[in-house]
Design a protein around this ligand. Structure first.
Ligand code: NAP
Length: 246
C-alpha cells in the first residue's frame, strides 16, 4: 500500500470518477474525507469504504460555497489531524452553443469547476504548508486542449484549471507541495451517459483504443500522483484518453 497514513479529501466523491478515486486511495491505505451535495449518496460511498476496512468521513458541502469548503476541510483536520492529498474532482456540465448560452449556464459551470477548485485549494494550503508536504490533484479534461463545440463554459473552466494548477505548483513547491492536473478523455460516468447516444458513438469511433475509459483508469493515475513515487512531478498535465488526443 502506497498511501498508508495519508489523509485524502476527494470532492465530488459520491459518484463516477470521484467515487473510484476514493475507493482506490482507500485501497492504498489512505483515510478519506468525501464531499458532495447529495448526502444520501455520499454516506453510501463512505459506508462502502468502511466495509473495505478504510476510515471515511462524509461531509455534505457545495464547493461553490467558501464557508462550506472551510467547514469540510476543518472537519477533516479535526477528525484525522491533517490533510495530505486534495483531489479537486467535483464538476458539472451545462452544455449549449455559445450563441444560445445563458449567463446562468456560464456562471454555474465556472463557479463549480473553476472557483470550486480555487476555494478547496486555498482551504488546504494552510495545513499543508504547516506540514511542509501535500499533493493537489485537479481534474481537467481533454477538451481543455482540444476545444469542444457546445461546451464553451466547460472548456474555459477546464483550461482555467490548467493555469491554476501551474500557478499553484510554482507558489507552493518550496513548501514540499506538488500540484498536477489529470486530463481524462471520455470516461463512462453519469456525465457521459447524459450525452446523445449518436454523439457517444461518434466520439468512440475517434478513440484509437476503441472504448471510453473507466473511472478506475483515472483513479489509478490519481493514486500514483498522490504517492511518494510521484514526488518529483509538479505543474504537469497528465492526459489519459485512449489516444483521442496525442
Ligand atoms: P459525475 O459522475 O457527474 O459526478 C460529479 C460529482 O461531483 C458528483 O459526486 C457530484 O455530487 C459532485 N458535485 C457536483 N457539483 C458539486 C458541487 N457544487 N459541490 C460539491 N460536489 C459537487 O462526474 P464525473 O464524470 O465523475 O466527473 C468527475 C470530474 O472529472 C469532473 O470534474 C469532470 O469535469 C471531470 N471529467 C470527466 C470526464 C468524463 O468523461 N466523465 C472527462 C474529463 C473530465 P452532487 O451532485 O451530489 O453534488
Amino acid at each position: 500500500m502506497t498511501l498508508q497514513g495519508k489523509v485524502a479529501v476527494v470532492t465530488g466523491g459520491s459518484r463516477g470518477i470521484g467515487r473510484a478515486v476514493a475507493t482506490v486511495l482507500a485501497r492504498e491505505g489512505a483515510v478519506i474525507t468525501l464531499c458532495a451535495r447529495d448526502r444520501v449518496l455520499l454516506e453510501k460511498v463512505a459506508a462502502e469504504l468502511e466495509s473495505l476496512g478504510a476510515q471515511a468521513l462524509a461531509v455534505q458541502a457545495d464547493v461553490t460555497r467558501a464557508s462550506e469548503v472551510e467547514q469540510m476541510i476543518g472537519a477533516c483536520v479535526e477528525r484525522f489531524g491533517q490533510v495530505d492529498i486534495l483531489v479537486n474532482n467535483a464538476g458539472i456540465t451545462r452544455d449549449n452553443l455559445l450563441l444560445r448560452m445563458k449567463d446562468e449556464e456560464w456562471d454555474a459551470v465556472l463557479s463549480v469547476n473553476l472557483k470550486g477548485v480555487f476555494q478547496c485549494t486555498r482551504a488546504v494550503l494552510r495545513p499543508m504548508i504547516k506540514q511542509r508536504s501535500g499533493r493537489i490533484i485537479n481534474l481537467t479534461s481533454v477538451v481543455a486542449v482540444m476545444g469542444n463545440p457546445g461546451q464553451a463554459n466547460y472548456v474555459a473552466a477546464k483550461a482555467g484549471i490548467i493555469g491554476l494548477t501551474k500557478a499553484t505548483a510554482r507558489e507552493v513547491a518550496s513548501r514540499g507541495i506538488t500540484a498536477n492536473a489529470v486530463a481524462p478523455g471520455f470516461i463512462e460516468t453519469d456525465m457521459t451517459h447524459a450525452l446523445d447516444p449518436e454523439l457517444q458513438e461518434q466520439m468512440r469511433s475517434q478513440i484509437p483504443l476503441g472504448r471510453f475509459g473507466r473511472p478506475e483508469d483515472v483513479a489509478e493515475l490519481v493514486a500514483f500522483l498522490a504517492s511518494d513515487r510521484a514526488a518529483y512531478i509538479t505543474g504537469q498535465v497528465i492526459h489519459l484518453n485512449g489516444g483521442l488526443w496525442m
